[in-house]
Design a protein around this ligand. Structure first.
Ligand code: PBG
Length: 339
């Protein structure tokens, strides 16, 4: 990805014919610069209370919230397909949401029970959990609210406890997704002090205040809590690219092991710049709204679903991503296996 790719004298037609390399399948395979593999995929999974229960997410056709027992079965299939990691998101009972988000630090909360169950199944798959308060706040914000503002430093104290509770449940990777300042260092220090020096941190380093999270908020029930509110005082302005590099630089300095850009496809330029600038393990999140767009167009017969899925995921690799969080992970893994 570095250095000039085009020689000073690129030659010219008719000696140079770029179509020559594209003539046959073997040749196209031979010159392909990037390749999508199952090892690039992280599967986000929504969990809900109950037993043997599943609930469709209407704005994400084909995606369901699963009770923990069914989630473990689904994740076992993902592991069998070779998917390296899952990200578990809880749909918290609204009765458990409070303005202080105390359910976030309850070791018996839904996400902790899910993580313990996945770990007990001894699957060869990594488990990632968000650290952020939005599944647990009555107002739907990622931090604590004081006089109408999301407060930073006070929120960090809860995030630290949440990270430790999740690590204790067996979570392999903590993914701070709240965009508070200083959260990576706070979480790293808390994990180290609690004896979890080996728990990795995947930071949602450049996370934009995006309209493309809509279906996710339906899935976990935070849309109703947030109402007409928005997250623009902590998530990034879609107008900014340089600022994303500053966010990433800080998170690396604070101890992030891996960084993420989110959403995905509208921010491929940011992924490219982040990978170029830092060379860190860099992940893209193909978010719920991106999933919904491709699914809806395919349902209408306006796109070839399989081709659009694989092309969208390959685009992340071309932009420099090492991996992609995608709701298509299981489907894509099957497509890749089928060849
Ligand atoms: C929570 C969180 C969100 C997503 C991942 N973690 C939503 C938000 O910030 O409102 C979005 C994922 C998606 O849209 O698929 N902080």
């Amino acid at each position: 990805m570095t250095g000039p790719r085009v020689p000073p004298d690129p030659g010219s037609f008719p000696h140079t014919r770029l179509r020559r390399n594209r003539r046959s399948d073997w040749s196209r395979r031979l010159v392909a610069e990037h390749r999508l593999s199952v090892d690039d995929l992280i599967w986000p999974v929504f969990v809900q209370e109950g037993q043997k229960s599943r609930t469709a997410v209407p704005s994400m056709p084909g995606v369901e919230r699963l009770s923990v027992d069914l989630a473990v079965e689904a994740i076992a299939e993902a592991a069998e397909l070779g998917i390296p990691a899952v990200a578990v998101f809880p749909a918290t009972d609204p009765a458990r949401k409070t303005d202080d988000a105390r359910e976030a630090i309850n070791p018996e909360n839904l996400v902790c029970r899910a993580v313990r169950a996945i770990k007990q199944a001894r699957l060869d798959i990594g488990v990632i959990c968000d650290v952020a308060l939005d599944p647990y706040t009555s107002h739907g914000h990622d931090g604590l609210l004081r006089a109408g503002s999301v407060v930073n430093d006070e929120t960090l104290e809860v995030l630290k406890k949440q990270a430790v509770v999740q690590a204790r449940a067996g979570c392999d990777v903590i993914a701070p997704s709240d965009m508070m300042d200083g959260r990576v260092r706070a979480v790293r220090t808390a994990l180290d002090e609690a004896g979890f020096a080996n728990v990795q941190i995947l930071s949602y380093a450049a996370k934009y205040a995006s309209a493309f999270y809509g279906p996710f908020r339906d899935a976990v029930g935070s849309a109703a809590s947030l109402g007409t509110g928005d997250k623009r005082t902590y998530q990034m302005d879609p107008a900014n690219g340089d600022e994303a590099l500053r966010e990433v630089a800080l998170d690396i300095a604070e101890g992030a092991d891996m960084v993420m850009v989110k959403p995905g496809m509208p921010y491929l330029d940011v992924i490219y710049r982040v990978k170029e600038a830092f060379g860190m393990p860099t992940f893209a999140y193909q978010v719920s709204g991106e999933f919904a767009m491709i699914s809806a167009a395919a349902q209408n017969g306006w796109l070839s679903r399989e081709k659009a899925i694989l092309e969208s995921l390959l685009a992340f690799k071309r932009a420099g991503a090492d991996g992609i969080l995608t709701y298509f992970a299981v489907e894509a893994a099957k497509l890749l296996r089928a060849g």
